[in-house]
Design a binder for this molecule. Structure first.
Ligand code: UN1
Length: 512
């Protein structure tokens, strides 16, 4: 890391209320947290940025207590008034967009345009949620009984646990938090321990908005590992919903713990996203779509492109284009505007990538480009990597959070849809074609089995207006737009008799 970058980060931290040592627990106020300290490391340099004290057992209990109390007050606020608080939060995020976006880049390593994009995603979520606050609609039904009225209404649910991953350290909180807030819930956020500082910065901003507006402390924070925070959260019946984004193994643990106590879970887990390029595809568009999806965020999105399927007629041409484009990808300081690919998040991510590439070689795959760690600098930089693969390689069924792109060839659309759907994950998918029949076949009920299916757009970079999530091992949850808000509320079906008789449903007679 250059000296300039180091200086920039300390100014940044100060502007966002972060000190060299910080409490990692907020329960309406910053607690003097008693758990061990963790250090946030800048992936671009490997250098420590600041330290955060994690949650001790009493700290977590205090967060839950305050969140329950805040919920009891907040749920009585009319939803549009709750929306007004979220609108104020959006204003504050707009004011802090530049510094918060840069902090995302410093702490997580994504390039600055993506760091800023992530804060924009928070703002978009807030704006959407403000509108939602006036549209939490229930249906009304025609009762089968005379002089009866029947309808459903949606009530706030309770304190919600939000577990987020390092790769979208702030946007995924916003997907949940903005919606949960207008729905009348309070929240306990467990961010990744790899990105505690962005969580502190967001919590500072959100807490100020609440305090200035006289709203209850609904945005709370508990930084710690799964023993300190994750397990107590999923075991606690005062928390009716836990929304978790991260690995399949983490999601399995959360899902099982929640199911055991019949609580709700919302899971957004691993992806193994495929892009099908047909012979009739616009190859310029395809190349751009592939590059952003495979190399953007250094392959560390759950929506990153991992499997590229090329139809035989264009396979040689597309591979040649990729082999020409990959060496020109500028890898370096993610704060530098010219950089396209920043570092991986830490040494563990490099080890995972190298282990996956060892398996590629063992399983008969060929590395066409890249595959190496950049040893000429500090930080966790690797080369984006192209692999000639076959459907028989088990490694291609795994999600490796790194810029490895497996390339396959195919002959027919029917064959490739089957190949595409043959992995355990089901998050995002894409087809590039100019043929309407191929596009519609891919989107049909027997086409892509993923939660997201795109035509002539890569697998990553979804807009917040749609419901986000996927099937199979991706966990089945949906966050962000559309009617995803429903999971943050409880549905009540109400039947009201305004007559003088008591007729029973289904024509049942019960005269005594
Ligand atoms: C994630 O990687 O967990 O669609 C979320 C996208 C982003 C969100 C990714 N809007 O790529």
């Amino acid at each position: 890391m250059s000296v300039e970058t180091a200086t920039a980060s300390s100014a940044l931290l100060e502007s966002l209320g972060i000190e060299a040592e910080n409490s990692g627990v907020f329960a309406g106020r910053w607690l003097d947290s008693s758990g061990p300290a963790i250090t946030s490391i800048e992936p671009a340099s490997g250098a420590p940025v600041a330290s955060v004290r994690t949650a001790g057992p009493e700290d977590f209990e205090e967060v839950v207590r305050v969140s329950v109390e805040a919920f009891e007050a907040w749920r009585t606020w009319p939803a549009p008034k709750r929306g007004e608080i979220v609108r104020l939060l959006a204003d504050e995020l707009r004011r802090n967009k530049d510094s918060l976006g840069r902090l995302v880049t410093v702490e997580m390593g994504k390039v600055v345009s993506e760091g800023l994009g992530e804060v924009q995603e928070m703002i978009d979520m807030a704006d959407l949620a403000v509108g939602m606050s006036r549209q939490l609609y229930g249906l009304s039904m025609h009762s089968e009984r005379p002089q009866h009225r029947m309808y459903e209404q949606w009530h706030p649910l309770g304190p919600v646990g939000i577990i987020t991953a390092f790769n979208f350290p702030v946007a995924v909180w916003a997907w949940n938090a903005m919606v949960a807030a207008v729905c009348g819930d309070s929240m306990i956020w467990k961010p990744s321990e790899k990105t505690p500082l962005t969580a502190l910065a967001v919590t500072h901003i959100a807490a100020k908005v609440l305090a200035d507006a006289g709203a209850p402390p609904i945005f709370n924070l508990a930084i710690g590992n799964r023993h300190q925070v994750g397990e107590p959260m999923t075991a606690d019946p005062r928390i009716p919903l836990v929304s978790a984004t991260g690995s399949v193994s983490m999601g399995r643990a959360v899902g099982q713990a929640m199911a055991k106590r019949l609580g709700r879970s919302l899971l957004e887990l691993g992806g193994n996203n495929g892009l099908i390029a047909m012979d009739d595809a616009d190859l310029d568009l395809t190349l751009r779509g592939v590059l952003f999806a495979a190399v953007g965020t250094a392959g560390q999105r759950c929506t990153s492109l991992r499997r590229l399927f090329l139809q035989k007629g264009i396979a040689a041409e597309m591979k040649a284009r990729l082999l020409k484009a990959y060496p020109s990808i500028s890898i370096g300081d993610p704060l530098d505007e010219g950089t396209v690919m920043g570092p991986l998040v830490d040494q563990g991510a490099i080890d995972d990538m190298m282990a996956a590439l060892d398996k590629v070689r063992d399983q008969g795959g060929t590395v066409l480009y890249g595959g190496k760690v950049l040893q000429d600098r500090s930080g966790y930089f690797v080369e984006p990597t192209l692999v000639e693969a076959s459907a028989h390689m088990p490694i291609t069924c795994d999600e490796t959070f790194a810029p490895i792109l497996y390339i396959f060839e195919f002959e027919t659309l029917e064959e490739v849809i089957e190949m595409h759907n043959s992995v355990p994950q089901g998050l995002s998918s894409a087809i590039f074609t100019m043929n309407m029949r191929s596009a519609e076949r891919f989107l049909s009920a027997s086409g892509s089995d993923c939660g997201i299916a795109n035509v002539n757009i890569g697998t990553s970079g979804a807009e917040i207006g749609g419901a986000f999530g996927g099937e199979k091992e991706t966990g089945g949850g949906r966050e962000a737009g559309s009617d995803s808000w429903k999971i943050y509320m409880r549905r009540q079906t109400c039947t009201l008799n305004y007559g003088e008789e008591l007729p029973l449903a289904q024509g049942v007679e019960f005269d005594i």
